[in-house]
Design a protein. Sequence first.
Length: 254
Amino acid sequence: MAERITIKSPSQLEKMRVAGRLVGETLNFVETLIQVGISTYELDREAEAFIRKHGGIPSFLNYNGFPASLCTSINEQVVHGIPSKKVKLREGDIISVDCGAIVDGWHGDAARTFLVGEVDPKVKQLVEVTRECFFLGAEQAVEGNHLIDIARAVENHAKEYGYGVIREMVGHGIGNHMHEPPEVPNYVDPRMGRGVKLVSGMTLAIEPMISLGTWRLVFAKDGWTASTADGSAAAHYENTIIVGKNSAEVLTLV
Ligand code: MG
Ligand code: MG
């Protein structure tokens, strides 16, 4: 973990664009594999091969001991699900796929929640609104705003639908480390004040994690998988962005 917030130089940002593009392409590729019956293990193997074939290193693999290149979190699982041969996608599931890659020392990090076949309309709406929360948050990622402006935009949109906004997991700065300061919460935490003032050239991973029910999490015995405490469905949508003068640049959407 880097110790302070860094402002990236134009040449560093160029490298982050390359890493971000690879992460976005990997997620697009994974999306083409989503179908009933495929295991999360197979998704992980395919994603890792794709990342390596395109000159990247999967950043999640061995990160604090994480055993895979993707986090695959199904239905009530919010984040950090571990791919497994035993977990196969079923009709009506939603699966959040979180992916990170390093290219030339620089990181990209992004997540999508995919639908498997016909999904309950209420859950489908959750997935769509979580995506919208990201874009509303990213709209606030401009010079002169503060972190709280991102948090407020995400939280307000989710609250309009009565959803739970996960608090224990947050977005983060990113650069030549996957996780750098500052933390980027998705809710207005009274302890944060306005948060850090945003400056162009900061790079952030904005990642709303939203549930149909509670914001509270429970952790599995595997030490990783975080699920909603009430078993309600949860969605996750993330991109790596550059704070800009007038608008954020999204690096992991291709
Ligand atoms: Mg991520
Ligand atoms: Mg992240």
